[in-house]
Design a protein around this ligand. Structure first.
Ligand code: SAM
Length: 280
């Protein structure tokens, strides 16, 4: 029996189902159920929510989410070997856990979820950033989710919450902070995982705001920011040449000096620039 439910400890689950960690699937498992319950608590009050979990593996975080009172969990896992372990959890929480086997990048989970929806995941590092960018750039805002509670490599977590003037500040920070409150909720050393990865990790919690902090067209903002940070050491007047011959006028309208570099421009500044470009 474990600390948070009456299912076997995760080491026993892994041994009995032969779930040796596969590097190709980014498998670094969390085996401490007190820790997974603590991560689940960072996601807020789950009692009235459906939770989308990507990469449940042997189910440590899944059990944390359910023991913390999630109404339902939809767990998408690529590794079919995990099915028996996840079925044991589903039997313990009847009607509350649905497992889908496949690549989270190819599956549209929306038909299987009812609002309010929160996302919580110890993401495979190789797909984590790609999924985050997709969740941050839906066709309409507010998005399908209320909050995202996601494990990242520490360095990626710092890029998400970075402020202007820091090395970590870039496209991910602007994208995340334009329409969300974003903060690092927990830090985890490599030894928290089995096997231990080379780097530290952190849990980032993002809450979707009802509307953006500053007005801008999402596509224009995304294009401007990508171009600006693509050559982050260059002055904006040359980094943004591709936006057309009037770039210095746009920068002037937005109140940004053409000699500034991307990492000095605030979120508000980028939004003003996107508006100037759109008004062209
Ligand atoms: N959530 C578990 C935990 O906390 O112990 C496992 C985390 S492990 C870092 C990442 C999990 O994501 C693995 O179980 C892996 O098989 C799964 N995974 C990897 N790529 C995936 C993908 N494209 N779609 C869905 N799951 C994936």
């Amino acid at each position: 029996m474990s600390a948070i439910d009456d299912l076997p400890p995760l080491r026993t689950v892994i041994a009995s189902h032969g779930l040796s960690a596969k590097k190709s699937l980014g498998q670094n498992f969390l085996l401490d159920l007190n820790l997974t319950a603590k991560i689940a608590r960072q996601a807020g009050d789950l009692s009235g929510c459906d939770v989308l979990e990507i990469g449940p593996g042997p189910g440590g975080l899944t059990r944390g989410l359910l023991s913390e009172g999630a109404r339902r969990v939809l767990a998408i896992e690529k590794d079919v070997r995990c099915v028996p372990a996840l079925e044991e959890i589903a039997a313990r929480y009847p009607g509350q856990l649905q497992v889908m086997i496949g690549d989270a990048l190819d599956i549209d989970p929306l038909a299987h979820l009812s609002p309010p929806i929160r996302v919580a995941a110890n993401l495979p590092y190789n797909v984590g950033t790609e999924l985050l960018v997709r969740w941050l750039t839906p066709p309409t805002w507010p998005p399908f989710w209320q909050s995202l509670t996601l494990m990242f490599q520490r360095e990626v977590a710092e890029r998400i919450v970075a402020t202007p003037g820091s090395k970590a500040y870039g496209r991910l920070a602007v994208l995340a902070q334009w329409r969300c409150e974003a903060r690092i909720a927990m830090s985890l050393p490599p030894e928290a995982f089995t096997p231990a990865p080379k780097v530290s990790s952190a849990v980032v919690h993002l809450t979707a705001l009802p509307s953006p902090k500053f007005e801008a067209d999402a596509e224009v903002l995304s294009r401007v920011v990508a171009m600006a940070f693509n050559q982050r050491r260059k002055m904006l007047r040359s980094a943004l040449k591709g936006l057309g011959p009037d770039i210095e006028d746009y920068l002037h309208t937005a109140g940004i000096k053409p000699t500034e570099r991307a990492e000095q421009v605030s979120l508000e500044g980028f939004c003003a620039l996107a508006r100037a470009v759109a008004a062209g």
